[in-house]
Design a protein around this ligand. Structure first.
Ligand SMILES: *[C@@H]1O[C@H](CO)[C@@H](O)[C@H](O)[C@H]1NC(C)=O
Ligand SMILES: *[C@@H]1O[C@H](CO)[C@@H](O)[C@H](O)[C@H]1NC(C)=O
Ligand SMILES: *[C@@H]1O[C@H](CO)[C@@H](O)[C@H](O)[C@H]1NC(C)=O
Length: 624
């Protein structure tokens, strides 16, 4: 430990001694260089593409062969916003005007790059603005992509247990494409697919690449998720083979294209994405990957501590005096779990645009602010931008979505105390049986070993759901008949397959019908029983429920067409959460053996299907 501290100390001393001169800006013909003595960042003018990062004797940490067309928004105007020894800030803009209609998207974009004295990296953020009267359009993607130098960077780290020597781009080119677009079978027999490296927004901290001699790291850090779309459970791409490092603010992956950012004709809008920090670090001598990784995590914590940043020059970025906070306590009422209120321990509590309960999952135009409640259910959400919100929550261990009935108005400097909030969890009567854990994920269910032809070595011991091709395993494991689950004998960890997939028959696919068999000691014929089906993800699917009558033409319940999330194809273990509450009249049940049939009849392709989160069968309320 002491040698680690000594090294970090040395790294910092070196940084400080060379940076005494402060930040300088060198303006060249077709590019500018921001230079603080620690690193030199070259940006093309007026386009605003980062074309070079010089650091520790490495002329360019980035890929010099980076194709022009893959760099993102091309600006047309360049301006120096700030030029002091403490800070250089540059603006690259692309403005929409009726005369540009049809050639560029109707949104003004201001990309900012800034460098501080003594800082081992640089910051970037973007201001998007639309004025009233502009034509409508759809924004599918908003992200910052860096391509580190492929000769230097092969080792990727996106979390403590998700790190590895990555394949090279050439390996992908020599491999062969698999059934899902971006998945490739490499010459060495492994599968590579960028979606195997996506991550929930709540878990993305710092991710990046380490040089082959293990002395230099290249990292992206986004200290606040406030400008990201779709809340804490949204899965985003991070880093992947290329090498590529992506910081995504908006994409419809795992949510569905129908939930993109749609702007109506005339709709005004403004949003600031970021700032985020591009951090570079180094260790002297023979290098140490884990030391670089630990240092990157320490830097992540530093960035989080200094959020909201004080230095961005744009007035559009709100500093802490233009923000407020809200705190309170969330209690769950579920009389069949406890007579008293239950502290909503570990609840995700957030503010997002006003909408219905759960609407934050498909909301992407505004900002979202989330926190996790402590063991007493207490929560505090800080640094919230001024505005009108609803307060939403969901609680691991309970089904459904909470929304506080009243609108929440956050004003500058306010510290709202909202007191005790009560979530009445959906509940009709006692639990007769349940399958799984209500946590919006299918990870606790049976996840098969992948086909040995399609292994990614990283996911042999953990996160097996990220392996390629599991959708084919269902039909292989349930060759003769679909899944039958006997409530009294089976264990969901071993016997409940994690996704109700289609099965391939010749060149076609077919749906499936799963059975849940259970016994009732007696039935109240006049009463209504309740089946709760919480779904973690769905794609091109339909859920039909029948009870004790497999061939009934009309199901007791149908969800209709549900989901475009593509979580099965993209190895996500969840997508958009849905809860179906199905009334089961006592008259269709019987004493003794009963069967619930869960049919997924749609059969578009291999990626069609449903991932369940949790199922529960409730008896009638004895007091009603
Ligand atoms: C922009 O172009 C579209 C067609 O591409 C047209 O419908 C619309 O009226 C134009 N709007 C403006 C403000 O020029
Ligand atoms: C939660 O807040 C209440 C006050 O509202 C306090 O009495 C309690 O100790 C807090 N619990 C925890 C675990 O923070
Ligand atoms: C329960 O009923 C199903 C058909 O509804 C049948 O296949 C199964 O064998 C029965 N199980 C028992 C234990 O009676």
């Amino acid at each position: 430990m002491s040698s680690l501290l000594l090294l970090l100390f040395l790294v910092q001393c070196l940084g400080l001694s060379v940076s005494a001169a402060g930040v300088q800006l060198h303006e060249q013909n077709n590019h500018v260089v921001m230079d603080n003595g620690i690193l030199q960042v070259s940006i093309s003018t007026p386009q605003g593409f980062v074309i070079g990062i010089q650091y520790k004797g490495i002329k360019n940490l980035l890929n010099v062969q980076n194709e022009e067309d893959n760099r993102g928004i091309e600006a047309t105007n360049y301006k120096v916003i700030m030029r002091t020894k403490e800070q250089v800030e540059l603006s690259f803009t692309r403005m929409w005007h009726p005369s540009t209609n049809g050639t560029i998207a109707p949104v003004n974009i201001d990309k900012r790059f800034l460098m501080l004295r003594g800082s081992s990296g640089f910051y970037s953020y973007a201001i998007y603005k639309r004025l009233k009267g502009w034509p409508g359009f759809q924004l599918f993607n908003n992200r910052m992509v860096f391509k580190p130098n492929p000769d230097k960077f092969h080792y990727m780290i996106i979390s403590g247990n998700r790190q590895r020597e990555m394949p090279l781009q050439q390996d992908r080119e020599r491999g062969h494409k698999l059934a899902y677009e971006e998945a490739v079978l490499l010459p060495n027999g492994e599968v590579d697919d960028k979606y195997q490296y996506s991550m929930d927004a709540k878990d993305i901290r710092v991710h990046g690449w380490i040089s082959t001699d293990s002395t230099v790291g290249f990292w992206q850090i986004l200290p606040s998720s406030e400008s990201r779309s779709f809340g804490p459970l949204k899965q985003f791409l991070t880093s992947h083979t290329g090498p590529i490092s992506i910081n995504t603010f908006h994409s419809t992956h795992y949510v569905g294209e129908n939930f993109g950012m749609n702007f109506k004709d005339g709709e005004a809008w403004k949003k600031i994405f970021g700032p985020f920090f591009v951090y570079v670090n180094s260790v002297p001598g023979k290098g140490d990957r884990q030391m670089l990784w630990r240092d990157a995590n320490r830097q992540f914590m530093n960035e989080v501590k200094s959020w909201p940043y004080k230095f961005p020059a744009s007035k559009d970025f709100a500093r802490s005096n233009k923000r407020g906070s809200i705190s309170g306590r969330l209690i769950v009422k579920d009389r069949y779990v406890s007579r008293a209120g239950i502290a909503a321990k570990g609840a995700y509590v957030g503010l997002a645009k006003p909408g219905r309960a759960g609407s934050w999952q498909t909301e992407c135009k505004g900002y979202q602010f989330w926190t996790v409640a402590n063991e007493g259910g207490n929560f505090s959400i800080k640094n919230v931008l001024i505005g009108n919100y609803n307060l939403y929550a969901w609680i691991p261990g309970f089904i459904g979505d909470f929304k506080y009935h009243a609108a929440i108005r956050i004003t500058a400097g306010s510290a709202k105390q909202i007191g005790n909030l009560v979530y009445k969890a959906p509940r009709n009567g006692p639990t007769l049986w349940e399958i799984g854990i209500p946590d919006r994920s299918a990870a606790e269910f049976y996840i098969p070993n992948p086909n040995p032809k399609y292994i990614n070595k990283l996911y042999v011991k953990h996160d097996r759901f990220r392996q390629y091709g599991l959708w084919e395993r269902y039909a292989e494991l349930h060759r003769k008949r679909d899944l039958v689950y006997e409530v009294w004998a089976n264990n969901y960890r071993k016997d409940w397959y994690f996704a109700q997939n289609t099965r391939k028959k010749g060149n076609k696919y077919e749906g499936s019908t799963w059975q849940i068999q259970f016994k009732l000691e007696g039935v109240v014929k006049k009463a209504t029983y309740k089946l709760r089906v919480a779904v973690a993800a769905a794609h091109g699917a339909e859920l039909q429920v029948r009870v004790n009558s497999r061939s009934a033409r009309r199901p007791l319940f149908s969800s209709g067409s549900v989901g475009r999330e593509n979580a099965i194809a993209r190895h996500g273990i969840h997508g958009v959460y849905k809860l179906f509450n199905v009334d089961v009249p006592g008259k269709v049940l019987r004493k003794g053996n009963n069967t619930i049939y869960l049919s997924q009849p749609r059969k578009l392709d291999a990626f069609t299907g449903i991932m369940y989160d949790y199922l529960r069968f409730e008896g009638p309320d004895p007091n009603s």
